[in-house]
Design a protein around this ligand. Structure first.
Ligand SMILES: [Cu+2]
Length: 573
């Protein structure tokens, strides 16, 4: 059992699903898809003509102020309508658009509850702002915050005036609950503006698409099959362009566990920005590989009139990995009056317009390997049954600080994967330079915040080297690094890091401040079990010893899906 199951009105919600026969993988991926539900009413599936963007919430007068309500709602994903826990009633929640220097005030309301997939009762939650270089100290981007069922919490922080520009994302990040909550749909895009306006103003009139790549397990889907992949909630979505038209696609793998490797038939991409980091000059690529959590801002030029498949290629996740087959995600429909924009191709051959404005400066980033002050090695491993995961032989423990780093250090981390499946390294509050993969030096090295760790072959671990600049004062505090296949993270593959200011000699240097008095979380959770009617008041902000794993075992995705399915079976009259 994972988590505390309190839902009692679950069965009634599920009865309506029982008459649907299981879908084959082909049906799941070849249907022409429906828009998602916009709210409680549960819109019926209809066809769409062109892929819609998620709604947009932008900052005004230097402040982004909004509320995200996490709650079970009827949504339509890949043409299936069911109840899932999502933000603001949408599987594709609002894109948050801020500018450098903006203040950020986002209220998270936790009304997570019983649904047809993944979650069958109230759960703790919080929200992480993946890729942002902002403070980890609460009420900033802090994953130790616990928002109790029925309560809310306001994340407040400021985007530094030199914050990198590009794509980031928000998702729930409460250890032990991350995978089911993201699979439910609790993730959306967060953009720090300026990639086009400041660096490619000649492209500012082009059509911009925000494309959320997600993967989930539909209510009646075989839990051992590959997750159902969608773009903005649609599988096999139509994406329209005129012949010769250039479009800007803002892509994020905002799912929990899946890999995307986009390959549009007969088309190429120019990558402008990777994981929220501007490139000095656009890079042309034929495929776009996005491990879990990765983002890319790209320019695509439509070819001649016709229909082209937008495929995601198979990813070999290793003998212990989950299936990740090739599928068609959408169709690029090129039709209408041709567009002639010869100047754009020429523009993409020149560097970004404001290279001095790119932070951190690309010219400095490439010198990081020459400035390394310390080296460490981390081993990512798992048990043979694939249910328990470790970093350096330890499962995650919230009260333990695994790594202490003085602000200003530049460290080379060697990341070894001794298991038979891929892992995806991610660290909060910063980006790192990927310099080497399995002994092969990357030329050029890539500055990003997620990187694939190849699986072991013939008892030789996969090996990746990254150089991490711990030199931005905003990161001082405690945060985490982990596998971004978040099912692995939930089952232990995460660790705490504390970046402390020079001169801070306290035992736990860099300790967070402003944390509310602690409550005994275990007592509180026991009380919750005894009395499901929890009064909703404030969020609980704590840094205690509690881990959901202390109370219960986190089942893997298959076990959880089977449990959900057995619940569906029970619902049959
Ligand atoms: Cu992993």
């Amino acid at each position: 059992m994972r988590g505390l199951r309190l839902g009692s009105g679950v069965l009634a919600l599920c009865v309506g699903l029982m008459n649907s026969p299981p879908l084959s993988a082909e049906q799941l991926n070849n249907d022409w898809l429906a828009p998602e539900s916009s709210g409680e009413s549960g819109e019926t599936a209809t066809t769409i003509d062109d892929l819609p963007n998620p709604p947009l919430i932008r900052s005004h007068d230097g402040v982004l102020e909004a509320t995200l309500v996490a709650a079970p709602k009827r949504v339509t994903v890949a043409r299936r309508t069911f109840t899932s826990n999502v933000f603001n009633g949408r599987y594709t929640p609002p894109t948050l658009l801020v500018k450098r220097g903006d203040r950020f005030r986002l209220t998270i309301v936790n009304t997570i509850g019983p649904a047809d997939v993944e979650i069958d009762g109230p759960e703790l939650t919080n929200v992480h702002y993946h890729g942002t270089d902002v403070t980890p100290i609460p009420p900033g981007d802090n994953v130790f915050v616990r928002i109790r069922p029925g309560s809310s919490f306001e994340n407040r922080f400021t985007f530094p005036i030199d914050h990198p520009q590009g794509l980031h994302w928000y998702h729930t990040h409460l250890h032990g609950f991350v995978e089911p909550q993201i699979l439910s749909g609790l993730s959306g895009m967060l953009i720090v503006d300026g990639v086009i306006e400041d660096h490619y103003p000649e492209l500012s009139g082009l059509r911009q698409r925000v494309m959320l790549l997600k993967a989930n397990l539909l209510p009646d889907q075989d839990p051992n099959s590959a997750l159902t992949k969608t773009i903005n909630g649609f599988s096999h979505a139509p994406i329209r362009a005129r012949p010769g038209e250039y479009q800007i696609w803002m892509l994020g793998n905002l799912g929990a566990d899946a890999f995307f490797n986009l390959a549009p038939e007969d088309h190429e991409f120019w990558v402008l920005e990777r994981d929220g980091n501007m490139l000095r000059k656009a890079e042309k690529q034929e495929t776009l590989f996005l491990p879990a959590g990765a983002r890319l801002t790209v320019v695509v030029r439509a070819g001649r009139a016709g229909r082209y498949s937008l495929r995601t290629l198979a990813t070999d996740t290793g003998p212990q990995g989950d299936p990740n087959p090739k599928i068609v995600l959408g169709t690029l429909i090129v039709a209408g009056k041709p567009v002639h924009e010869a100047n754009i191709a020429a523009r993409l051959e020149r560097p970004a317009a404001d290279v001095p404005g790119i932070t951190p400066p690309p010219s400095e980033v490439v010198t990081l390997p020459q400035r390394v002050t310390n080296k460490r090695t981390f081993v990512f491993s798992e048990t043979a049954d694939g249910n328990t995961f470790f970093i350096n032989g330890k499962q995650y423990k919230e009260s333990r600080v695994d790594t202490r780093v003085p602000l200003g250090a530049i460290e080379e981390w060697t990341l070894l994967n001794t298991s038979g499946e891929l892992h995806v390294f991610h660290i909060h509050q910063l980006s790192f330079l990927v310099t080497e993969v399995n002994g092969r030096r990357l030329d050029p090295p890539e500055f990003r915040d997620v990187v694939n760790l190849p699986y072991a072959k013939n008892n030789v671990p996969g090996k990746v080297k990254v150089v991490i600049p711990f030199n931005n004062p905003v990161m001082v505090g405690k945060f985490v690094y982990h596998c971004h296949i978040v099912g692995h993270e939930d089952a232990g593959m995460m660790a705490n890091i504390r970046v402390f200011s020079p001169g801070d000699t306290s035992a736990d240097a860099g300790d967070v401040t402003g944390v509310k008095p602690q409550r005994n979380v275990l007592d509180w959770l026991r009380g919750l079990v005894a009395s499901p009617a929890v009064a909703g008041d404030t969020a609980l902000v704590t840094e205690g010893d509690f881990s959901p794993n202390d109370l219960c075992v986190t089942p893997n995705r298959t076990e959880r899906a089977l449990r959900m399915r057995s619940r569906l079976t029970v619902a049959t009259p």
